[in-house]
Design a protein around this ligand. Structure first.
Ligand code: NAD
Length: 711
């Protein structure tokens, strides 16, 4: 855990060296060892000063999230965190100078360990990042971070670090005063030791700024006019952004306000209570499970079929240089893979490449990329109209028009050129993969790779396994998704797959509410308050009401008598066929899009969908907008469209911005508890219809008191 040594001049070196991991992490074990080492050094009269260091390439990556996610005993947690505070105060007031040598990235609890030292010197390591990512997982920096950071750098500079989890580079960390000095890589321990020797020689008792007489918070405390103004603005911004769904940033603000209104020891006691509250909250458990462990599992390809050798990609083909094709080409080129971008004419293919040039040009203009780097990426994109250029591609992806015949045609033409073992993937958003694979001479190598728009930015790829798709094709496709830095989820073939199917229920429910006479402004506001990034009607405009209409018609045609008409079908038909309002692309949908200002709800809506007198409460609307997604997701699990609940949750958050505080559509059922979730669905089904009917899988789980995730 820790290496401990004392040199001839009485300087103890306490070196973090977490066994069996590439990173140092803080948990009960490593903190226990640290406490023991520091107490020994403080008590030993032969030790005059202390240097903290790391045996890994970084300093400390942060706290052990598994330990926090699994914590169920609030009193025990509070006691242990109070002990950390005692230890850190003991170090600060122990009379011996302590310096931290930060060789690399120092985050979260690691930064807090460093902040309880009298001096911090960092290596000039361009890869190193400093900050407090806790808030991004529903937590706060609870080992003194909310108290020491603003006392050190002022409330203004502390805000983005604590409340947004912003990570900064070494130069900025020094500039704002988070660290004292920056030295050449490799010189940080010597520099820390030098400072300790000088501090000993000075004979003065080492003190933190907040323990010195006459200490003043840089820039003023909460009770100064500037401080008050900053806190009021931060609070207002927070509410506007989060609708109070995320307790962590709010608690951080409370820690800063309450803690900085008093002395550091009381401040730490206040922080310990807020921290315990967050660790116990379902929000942090949901966020840690989905955003951290779920994402990690997906990115490590935990579900990749075993026994298939990893596939390296050097050349990929892209059919269709439209919006999706150009974006996928950008992502592929960025990963250092050559990409043949094919369209019906050279001109159309060039247009796709021009899109990439424009996007990267913007990056260059913003100073985020050099012109040289942009040119190198562009050189990897080869626009063409000639199928012969696909020769040598390990993978070809099609993103041509959403028409079966066109997709069949390009599949045949590409397969005539590419090697027998090459993969052919479709980026279709609605057409079942098994059907499309009928055009293929090698359906085992045929798979769905469903990207999201804009493809160069969106992090998720939904991989769709058709009936004939082989495990090897799946495994090798997963390798491609990781190679381009995206996160894959794997689903089985079905109408709308997983993401479009569930995301569609949110939009449809919004349209059902409109038909019932709920004021549209209330519907979209409720969507935002539910935590969704966009209200359902605004979203319908974005994806186009026409598309909602078309998909409804297609599904009706495919299912025949089995099709159950939905309110959304009637609303979409009225908007498109009767009123000619197709959505944003036509400049008119549920909203108007005036050229000279922001969009606003179309005043004519009220005439076509008159408001009821008995408007449901915003809570009732939120419940419907959220649970309609959960119940459809549960059906996807029951029908084995989804292979694992965590895929549902990761896919929802990354794919359509489902609110992370709920954990995901399944995470939310887990949060409610299965019996309560089923009871609520029964109530909703009785009032609003069978779309809310709890599937068997949920009833059985409720009866057996089972859960999707550990308690
Ligand atoms: P788009 O209209 O922007 O681009 C389609 C491109 O395909 C055009 O450049 C067109 O010239 C080209 N094309 C048409 N027929 C061709 C052929 N025979 N050979 C070669 N090129 C041909 O469409 P898009 O939005 O990029 O969508 C493409 C596909 O991706 C569709 O299947 C769509 O369902 C799917 N998709 C779209 C989105 C989205 O948000 N737009 C998201 C996921 C998936």
């Amino acid at each position: 855990m820790l290496n401990y040594s004392v040199d001839a001049e009485g300087i103890a070196t306490v070196e973090f060296d977490y066994p069996g991991k590439s990173q140092n992490i803080l948990n009960a074990g490593s903190m226990g060892a640290y406490a023991e080492a520091m107490q020994k050094a403080l008590a030993d009269p032969a030790v005059k000063g202390i240097v903290l260091a790391s045996a890994k390439k970084d300093f400390i990556a942060g706290g052990d999230l598994g330990e926090m996610a699994g914590c169920t005993d609030a009193a025990a947690f509070h006691a242990s965190i109070s002990n950390w505070h005692k230890l850190m105060r003991g170090i600060e007031l122990g009379g011996k100078p302590v310096a931290a040598a930060l060789n690399g990235t120092t985050l979260g609890g690691g930064m807090e360990v460093a902040l309880s030292c009298h001096y911090r010197v960092a290596a000039d390591n361009p890869k190193a990042r400093f900050g407090f990512p806790e808030v991004t997982l529903g937590l706060l920096p609870g080992a003194g971070g909310t108290q020491r950071v603003p006392r050190l750098v002022g409330m203004q500079a502390a805000a983005p670090l604590l409340m947004e989890g912003k990570r900064i580079k070494v130069a900025e960390a020094q500039k704002i005063g988070l660290i004292h000095a920056v030295v050449k890589v490799g010189a940080e321990r010597t520099a820390a030791r030098q400072w300790v020797l000088e501090a000993i020689a000075s004979g003065a008792k080492p003190l933190q700024p907040w323990d010195a007489k006459g200490f003043k918070i840089p820039g003023g405390g909460p009770a100064t006019p500037g401080g008050m103004q900053m806190l009021m603005a931060a609070n207002a911004m927070l509410r506007e952004k989060t609708y109070d769904n995320y307790p962590a940033p709010k608690h951080i603000l409370s820690c800063v306000y309450e803690g900085l209104s008093t002395n550091i020891d009381t401040g730490l006691a206040i922080e310990a209570r807020y921290f315990t509250n967050l660790v116990m909250s379902p929000v942090s458990k949901n966020m840690i499970r989905s955003l951290f462990f779920g994402m990690q599992e997906a990115n490590k390809l935990a579900s990749r079929p075993a026994g298939v050798p990893p596939q390296k990609y050097t050349k990929v083909g892209m059919l269709g240089a439209g919006m999706m094709g150009a974006g996928i080409a950008m992502s592929t080129a960025t990963a250092g893979i050559d990409i043949v971008l094919l369209d019906t004419t050279q001109e159309a293919a060039d247009k796709g490449k021009a899109y990439a040039a424009k996007q990267w040009g913007k990056q260059v203009a913003k100073g985020r990329m050099t012109q040289e780097a942009a040119d190198a990426l562009l050189a990897r994109i080869h626009p063409t109209a000639d199928y012969a250029d696909l020769k040598g591609c390990e993978l070809v992806i099609e993103a041509v028009f959403e028409k079966r015949e066109i997709k069949a045609d390009v599949t045949k033409k590409a397969e005539a050129v590419i090697a027998a073992e090459a993969i052919f993937a479709s980026n279709t958003s609605t057409l079942p993969i098994t059907g499309l694979a009928e055009a293929s001479a090698r359906p085992a190598n045929f798979i769905g790779l469903h990207f999201f728009s804009p493809a160069e930015k969106m992090p998720l790829v939904e991989i769709i396994v058709g009936k004939a798709t082989s495990d090897a094709t799946l495994a090798r496709s997963m390798d491609y998704v990781r190679a381009i830095g995206k996160t894959p989820i794997v689903v089985n073939d079905s109408r709308g797959f997983y993401t479009s199917r569930v995301f569609g229920t949110y939009v449809s429910e919004g349209m059902a509410l409109l038909e019932e006479g709920v004021p549209p402004a209330l519907i979209d506001k409720a969507g935002l308050m539910a935590g969704m990034p966009v209200g359902p009607l605004a979203l319908a405009d974005e994806v186009s009401i026409e598309l909602v209409h078309k998909i409804g018609q297609q599904t009706r045609a495919d299912l025949g008598a089995a099709y159950v008409e939905r309110a959304a079908d009637r609303v979409a038909a009225k908007m498109v066929a009767e009123l000619g309002r197709l959505g944003r692309k036509s400049g008119a949908g549920f909203y108007d899009y005036p050229a000279d200002g922001p969009k606003r709800l179309w005043p004519g809506l009220a005439g076509h969908f008159p408001a009821v007198a008995d408007v449901p409460s915003v809570e009732q609307i939120i419940e419907r907008l959220i649970l309609v997604q959960s119940v459809e997701t549960a059906r996807c699990l029951e029908e084995k469209v989804l292979r694992a609940p965590i895929d549902a949750d990761v896919g929802a958050i990354l794919g359509w911005g489902y609110p992370p505080f709920r954990g995901g559509p399944i995470g939310w059922l887990h949060t409610l508890g299965m019996p309560a979730a089923v009871a609520t669905l029964d109530r909703l089904a009785e009032r609003h219809g069978s779309r809310f009917a709890a599937p068997r899988i949920l009833r059985e789980m409720a009866a057996k008191e089972e859960r999707f995730y550990p308690a």
